[in-house]
Each structure stands twice: as structure tokens, then as C-alpha cells.
Ligand binder design. Structure first.
Ligand code: SF4
Ligand code: SF4
Length: 215
């Protein structure tokens, strides 16, 4: 039964439906991802993550914390508790400007900026997208272009990002793109290096070295 029908059948008023909504945001212990904090801590060289005392210095030092849906202090706690989906869907990860103010000020020496980078990588590899921040789409397409071709091609990259995030913006900026193209400032050609196979081999050997180091 959907929520509206449920509310109707129980003759619930607005307050009651709000309560249902609030209850739906509560997570049970078994819904949390307990391996998440370990993964992030390992990826961000951040075993110190476990020592956070929730003092809030990082949030106070952060120049953009007012615009984040969860402040850096909250993000650290949510990572430790295993709120993976909420963290990776949050705007915080994409708003972080990597200024390192939080890392410098943290009394427990937690590398919060590295944690933010680890979360960005995790969000990109897990396909998490934030509707207001196309940065994850930009990053994943940029990486796949560089991995496959050894070079970045701005024109095709922009086209892909617009089509995947906001096709209307493509029409809006079409004239500007055309002017840039006419002046030779942007190209629609896919650039690539001569020896793509050698690049793949090199990257593969780096992956193998990383795996061996973990084992
Ligand atoms: S400044 Fe450090 S110890 Fe304090 S809340 Fe932030 S991460 Fe935790
Ligand atoms: S590194 Fe990111 S989270 Fe830390 S203070 Fe700067 S913007 Fe805020």
C-alpha cells in the first residue's frame, strides 16, 4: 500500500504523515554499511578517523560548510557509522574545495581533506550522482577518456556531460560553443596518443602493484 493510501485509510492528518516521513529516514543497524568506514579509512590513510572527538573544529574552519547538507564533522561521524548512501549522495563531497583548512586545524590529526577525496572516488566508482553537481559525471567521463585515449578531448567531453546531465544547457550554450569552435579554441575531434596499448599496460601494472601492496 502506498503512503497516501495508508494515510487515507487511517485518516491521518498532515502531522501524522510528516511523522511517517521522519520515521522513514531512520536507519536500522543492519541497514548500515559497517565496512564503509574501513574502506574509507584505508583509502584516505585515515585510521585516525576512528579517533574523532566530534569537536566541530573542522566545520568551523571550513569556508563552505554553510552550503553543505552535512558539515565535515557530521560527514566524519556518518562515515564511521556506515551511512554510505547518505554520505555518497550528499553535496558535501562535491562542495569541498580541498583547501585543507579542516586538516590543518583538526586536533586529532585527521586528514579530512583526504577523506573527502576518498569519498569522491567512491562516489564516482559507485555511480552516485548529485543532481546539482555534475562533477561526478565530469570526473568519471574525464577519467575514462584519459584511460582509453591517453588524452582529454574537451569538445566530446563537454557534449557527453551536457547530454548526461542537462541537455537544455547544451542548446543554451550552443552559440558560444560554435564561436569557440570557429576560432579554433575548442575541437570536436577525439584526441589520442600513438601507443594506447602501452598506456593500458602501464596502468594495469600499477593496478597489479597496488593489489600486491594490499595483500
Ligand atoms: S576537527 Fe577533527 S576531531 Fe574535531 S570533529 Fe573534525 S574530524 Fe573530528
Ligand atoms: S578541505 Fe573541504 S571540508 Fe576541509 S575545510 Fe576545505 S572545503 Fe571544507
Amino acid at each position: 500500500m502506498d503512503r497516501s493510501k495508508l494515510a487515507e485509510s487511517f485518516a491521518l492528518d498532515n502531522t501524522a504523515t510528516d511523522i511517517i516521513e521522519i520515521k522513514r529516514r531512520i536507519k536500522y543497524e543492519n541497514e548500515l554499511d559497517k565496512g564503509f568506514r574501513k574502506k574509507i579509512a584505508e583509502s584516505a590513510h585515515g585510521e585516525k578517523l576512528y579517533g574523532c572527538i566530534q569537536c566541530g573544529t573542522c566545520s568551523a574552519a571550513c569556508p563552505v560548510s554553510h552550503y553543505m547538507d552535512y558539515t565535515p564533522r557530521k560527514i566524519i561521524q556518518m562515515v564511521r557509522e556506515g551511512f554510505k548512501t547518505e554520505v555518497l549522495n550528499s553535496s558535501t563531497v562535491w562542495l569541498c574545495a580541498s583547501c585543507y583548512a579542516c586538516t590543518v586545524e583538526c586536533p586529532k590529526g585527521i586528514k579530512i581533506t583526504d577523506v573527502m577525496y576518498a569519498l569522491k572516488r567512491e562516489a564516482i566508482s559507485g555511480g552516485y550522482k548529485h543532481k546539482n553537481f555534475p562533477a561526478s559525471v565530469l570526473a568519471s567521463n574525464f577519467f575514462s577518456q584519459v584511460l582509453n585515449n591517453g588524452r582529454n578531448s574537451e569538445g566530446p567531453l563537454l557534449l557527453k556531460i551536457y547530454l548526461k546531465t542537462n541537455p537544455f544547457m547544451l542548446f543554451k550554450n550552443m552559440m558560444l560553443g560554435f564561436k569557440l569552435w570557429r576560432r579554433g579554441r575548442i575541437s570536436m575531434k577525439t584526441e589520442h596518443i600513438k601507443d594506447k596499448k602501452a598506456l593500458k599496460k602501464l596502468l594495469q601494472s600499477m593496478d597489479n602493484m597496488k593489489e600486491a601492496a594490499v595483500i
